[in-house]
Design a protein around this ligand. Structure first.
Ligand code: B12
Length: 479
């Protein structure tokens, strides 16, 4: 039987190769359960050429790539082009990027099919139809080309019972996806639910999950995690759910039963004394909290359903319970004024004053197609890329990102200074605090020095980047 190859390209600088590729693992598990042979390949961008030759040489039934908008889009396009140059079989794109822009993806000659949103059932039906050489018009959630005309079939309803689609861990060498995080040595990524009932205007959830939250049963989640705990000796877990606490009792029961420290996402407006107490007892070792902005006007514009006052109330409780938290915010929202931008930096600064363990993540806004704010962003000056490679060039966390509403270079500098506050840098911390407090962001020589010494990702392009990376490698070798 010809196998199906599912691949995902990780970007070396994201350090993401150790994160379980949950999308292709889930689709692969469903295909295997339906009786098809599946191979999963988790690669990085340096391996594109060799893997392209390998895939072409295997002559699979079809090859599927999982694609997020950003550098992964560019790398997936390169891999697809290289496979196409050596092999004429079908190339299928799935994941968030092709789900948001199916027609644009299909207009590329290196993409034959796109699978929109949840991929399990659609992949099985596509495979059956390809084997039987049957008409594809009835396959819900599929995009394809017929006589050079792009066809997008109607949406597929969400899976009713996620328990019918469990991960098959035997498809992957799990040992490769266990990573150290903080004081834990053997952490693994896992997702216990899909979607979120909130409708934030910047988020992919609106189009991708239709604001619907679906979850695996407590029994299924606990069984998976206890298996990982017993067989692979994992000592902590990192949940990648869009919103882990939609059903608080379910979440508590899972955490109680697995009895493992966990990293998860939580909304600040769900934080009260009760929840904080529970999180402490349940050994939550980090929480990602989207506070998004220091301006109430912008919080309302993005429909986040929180206020700055509620944020600060939550922070006080978190600090009182000595819980760790990573706060993330978005700057450069359309119509953001300079004062509003400053208010977000100030929000971080105020949070740090109360919560010394706080970690911060600051990113410039990038409009994603299908999100509620996308058309507004176009109206306010966002120039959307016109093809797949174009989308592959924009990444809101890189300093070469160009935003119509904010200086992304400056955002990058501020983000780095906040990041440094959590490094063990002794008296230098005072210097970084001074920079933030006084908004003194010119001449960022210290960022390069710290990156060099701390081995934080060095993404500088050109000669300076080369020198820094070489220096870092020398320090690693002899230091
Ligand atoms: C883990 C994760 C990452 C990891 C991925 C590492 C890894 N090895 O997998 C890392 C840290 C690298 C990452 C980076 C980024 N991420 Co991210 N990430 C996620 C996260 C939390 C989970 C993804 C996941 O595993 N989902 C679980 C699987 C089961 O769901 P799925 O991937 O959607 O897969 C289903 C379908 O899409 C489809 N499918 C998926 N792949 C395939 C492949 C085939 C062949 C088929 C047929 C179907 C199919 O079927 C699957 C099952 O139904 C999501 C948010 C979320 N909770 O989903 C954000 C998310 C995907 N990331 C996002 C973003 C914006 C980013 C970054 C730009 C940084 C950022 N956070 O702003 C970078 C960009 C990456 C790059 N360099 O290009 C956005 C997506 C935006 C977009 N338009 O793509 C999300 C949705 C977060 C958000 N709410 O904004 N991310």
């Amino acid at each position: 039987m010809q196998k199906i190859i599912l691949a995902q390209i990780n970007y070396i600088e994201d350090h993401s190769e150790k994160i379980l590729p949950l999308g292709i693992l889930s689709v692969g598990s469903a295909l295997k359960k339906a009786g098809f042979a599946v191979e999963i390949i988790n690669l990085n961008e340096k391996e594109i050429s060799s893997i392209a030759s390998y895939i072409a040489g295997q002559n699979p039934l079809w090859v599927g790539l999982s694609v997020m908008t950003g550098i992964q889009t560019e790398h997936s396009a390169l891999l697809s082009q290289q496979i196409k140059a050596q092999w004429s079989g079908p190339i299928v794109w799935g994941g968030i990027h092709p789900s948001l822009l199916p027609s644009q993806c299909l207009s590329e000659n290196y993409i034959d099919y796109v699978i929109i949103s949840e991929g399990e059932k659609t992949s099985i039906e596509l495979t059956e139809k390809l084997l039987q050489q049957k008409d594809l018009s009835g396959v819900l959630g599929l995009g394809y080309k017929q006589n050079n005309v792009i066809k997008i079939n109607p949406e597929r309803p969400f899976i009713q019972n996620l328990d019918e689609y469990r991960l098959d861990f035997s498809l992957i060498d799990l040992e490769k996806f266990i990573f150290p995080l903080g004081k834990y040595k053997r952490v693994i990524a896992y997702k216990a639910s899909r979607g979120c009932p909130f409708n934030c205007a910047f988020c992919y959830n609106h189009i991708f999950n239709k604001n619907r939250w679906r979850a695996w049963s407590i029994a299924a989640v606990v069984e998976d995690i206890l298996f990982l705990k017993t067989k692979y000796k994992i000592d902590a877990i990192k949940f990648y759910d869009d919103n882990f606490f939609v059903n608080k009792n379910r979440a508590f029961e899972i955490l109680e039963k697995i009895n493992l420290p966990s990293h998860l996402e939580v909304r600040i407006d769900s934080i009260d004394e009760n929840l904080a107490q529970k999180l402490k007892e349940l050994k939550v070792f980090d929480m990602l909290i989207g506070v998004e902005s220091g301006s109430n006007r912008l919080l309302e514009m993005i429909d986040k359903k929180i206020t700055v006052q509620r944020i600060m109330e939550g922070v006080k409780v978190i600090a009182a319970y000595d819980l760790p938290a990573t706060y993330s915010a978005i700057v450069g929202l359309p119509t953001e004024t300079k004062a509003e931008f400053e208010s977000t930096i100030d929000l971080f600064y105020q949070i740090r004053k109360i919560h010394r363990k706080a970690v911060f993540s600051l990113g410039a806004y990038l409009p994603y197609p299908g999100s509620r704010m996308y058309d507004f962003a176009l109206e306010k000056g966002f120039k959307a890329p016109v093809n797949t490679l174009g989308w592959g060039k924009i990444d809101r966390f890189r300093k070469d990102f160009k935003s119509p509403w904010v200086n992304a270079q400056k955002v990058w500098r501020i983000r780095e200074y906040f990041k440094f506050l959590n490094l063990k840098l002794g008296p230098l911390i005072g210097w970084f605090e001074f920079r933030i407090k006084e908004r003194f962001f010119v001449c960022p020589f210290d960022i390069y020095v710290v990156e060099l010494l701390a081995g934080v990702a060095i993404e500088q392009k050109g000669w300076l980047g080369k020198v820094l990376r070489r220096g870092y490698n020398l320090i690693k070798k002899y230091g």
